[in-house]
Design a protein around this ligand. Sequence first.
Ligand code: ADP
Length: 613
Amino acid sequence: MLRRLLPTLLALGCGFLALTWGLVSLQRLFAQETEDARQQLRSRREEVERIATEALRLKLRQQLEWSLPAINLAVEDPLVQADGLYLLFREYQFLPRLPRPRPGTQTPAKKLHEELRQALEAPPAPGPWQERLGLLRAVEAVLPKDVLDTPEAAERRLEALLRYRAEHPLPPAQEIPYTLLVVERLARGDASPWPVRGLIHGGLAEEFGGMAQGLGLQRELLRDCQRFTQADFDYLTERILAVSAELSEPSEAFRSRVQELGTGAIVLPSQMPEPTLIGARWYLEQQGEVVRGIAVEPAELLKGITLEMRKRKLLGAEDSVRMGRVDALQPVSSLKLDAVIPRGAAEEAQISKRYGLKTLLVLICGALAVAIVALAGLAQHRKYRFLELKSDFVATVSHELRTPLASIRLLAETLEMRAGGSPEVRDYPTRIIQAADGLHFLVENILSFNRIDKGRWVAQFTRVRLEELMGALRTDLASATRVPVELTEDVGDVELWADPGLLRLLLSNLGRNACNYNQSNPVKLSVRVHATPGHGCTVLFGDNGIGIPESEWENVFQDFYRVTQPGPEVHGSGLGLALCRRIMHLHGGNLRVATSGPQGTTFALTFPEPPPP
Ligand code: ADP
């Protein structure tokens, strides 16, 4: 059974392997396709992140460049706002401004200011102040209280005061209270002389101490704040604001700078070879001994970059960029922005979903293939099992028919002998014998066919003279048919390497067919041999029967195949020629129709060269 199933199983196995290979390749293709799609998404995101990061670096550089004039101005002028600006030169931080008043409650400057005011009222003043207070008194004496034009005398005396002040500078702790007193005494509201205004805010011309001393009280106090205690500083600030208001001099910037004082130092590494972000707030660039920088608002910058990229269609309406992990000291070159692309996440999910679906389909196909192979295997097994049972059954029945057939024949022969020439029974016994022989022949055919088909026939090869087989054929035909048969043979002394029993059966089949499918009288048979030395021989078996249509020449060798022919009906099983061809195959040869027509049919039996004796 397994032998019969083997070709089917092999075909199924090969088919299954091919299908598995196909499915595995398909799955690999899907995996590759998915990876490619993911890679494409990743590349797109990386490209967006690269562009965004580059834009951020550029913006930082640009913002610092634009802030350079502001930085220079803030260093020169203490009144200029320095918020968000950074400058370090030779390890001293100029911006944001570090100086702040000393802590403490002592008020030496306030005391000096009050003493000088009293001394102004009630001279004489202590030594060094004699001259300065004298000059102030002189100006005050000629400066009217409510006249808009300053008299020339007052101008000259004021000039002398300022010149003296420029030529005899005092330390800021004394100069600032004195100057404050001068301004307070000479202030006349809108009618104040211009140098008095300069002493508060605008500064003076160079000859009166401009640049060096004459920057104006507001700037001087800011510049020298660390020389005062907090209490003195607050006192002076309050008074400067008061006179500024009285003279309508701008004081907003001064008030703001006072509040900003001593914002704090920024600790930098000793070397900063490349632009760096400090604490994600300060962007600094070092050039030799100078470090310049600005405070940045990353959230604002990122917002701007996001908008720009949306405009350039690099980001969708819902996409944005954000800062990745930023260290306390982050070199800008290694800064990286992350792209937030919700659409990308959705696409990635879609890709995974598609891949899952395809994998599922492949798995289903695989499962179907397994199921189909299993079902086909089962169906084949059942089919062969059924055929096996059928052929076993036929074999058993045929086998069991042999014994009763033999008995029938024996009894018919006995009856023939006893009945002698009795007219009542006529030729009945002979006909019984012929019928039994026919049945016996059929049983032999079936049994032999079955055994050869199942490979159970063990052929007994021997050298057989063809002439001897012709004799056996003659005897068989004489008993099997009532029509006269003329057998002409031209076989010489040809010897075949064959199983004699099987060859007898074969020739009987051919001979009986020649008689059955024949309407001539007598039936003429001819057997000839063509021997080609070294290539075996061909036996040509001819008759004068009704012939076989050419389209059926091959079909007649199929199992149980019969040709419907005109003329009287001939009974048969359709097994004879199929058995004959199997017998020839068993001998290593073949059987075919050589010629056929209304004059008769010739079968060609080819035998291989017999082995050397
Ligand atoms: P069966 O004779 O039992 O029908 P065979 O296998 O011997 O089965 O023959 C198959 C068919 O071939 C026959 O039905 C017959 O039509 C045709 N056939 C066989 N031998 C001859 C012959 N010598 N002449 C004409 N027809 C033949």
